[in-house]
Design a binder for this molecule. Structure first.
Ligand code: 5GP
Length: 173
């Protein structure tokens, strides 16, 4: 699969676009919940514009015996914890870097909905054009900066040697 390399400059641009779309919507988040680790940097940059507290949930992906891709929650928000009390009846924005098959986002949305928030939004930088594992529940506010073809995206925080070789760079403008 061909790769698309994203620069930090473009990450900042996409975060600004995401913040603009959220600000222009009817959804006003009180908390950001970022999905580690891909969502960490987008969420931190988003906080420069939408200055609300950030919490995080960590998941990992693995193949079970059926080789079906599964998601394991490594760090979560537990019922009746201070974090749960904070977000109960509040508007929560889940932030990740991208929506690929959507299985991660669906998993985390489900987890958050069980914590009795008021409204829930999902914000990503990239939404890949492909078949998804499912649709978000109707109540979810969904925001993305860019729709992109189904290619492998390399973010600057995953920088490899290739990123330094300018003639291999591809940008989305
Ligand atoms: P999902 O298929 O659940 O939407 O995506 C799961 C996770 O896989 C994403 O949050 C992301 O961390 C990783 N992932 C999927 N596609 C890509 C990609 O094109 N580039 C990178 N860097 N990570 C990806």
């Amino acid at each position: 699969m061909s790769k698309v390399y994203i620069t930090y400059e473009n990450v900042h641009k996409y975060v600004l676009e995401l913040a603009t779309k959220i600000s222009l919507s009817e959804f006003t988040p009180d908390y950001i919940i970022t999905i580690g680790t891909g969502g960490f940097i987008p969420a931190r940059l988003l906080k420069n514009i939408i200055d609300i507290p950030i919490m995080c949930i960590n998941v990992s992906h693995y193949n079970g015996e059926t080789l079906e891709r599964k998601i394991k929650t490594i760090q979560s928000i537990h019922k009746n914890s201070p974090e749960h009390e904070a977000i109960r009846n509040k508007n929560v924005l889940i932030v990740d870097e991208l929506d690929d098959t959507r299985s991660t986002l669906l998993h985390v949305v489900d987890l958050i909905l069980n914590l009795e928030p008021n409204e829930v939004g999902v914000g990503v930088l990239h939404n890949k054009i492909k078949n998804k594992m499912g649709e978000f529940p109707e109540s979810i506010h969904y925001f993305y900066s860019r729709l992109i073809p189904d290619k492998w995206i390399v973010y600057p925080w995953e920088e490899t040697e290739q990123l330094k070789q300018k003639n291999t760079l591809l940008y989305y403008h």
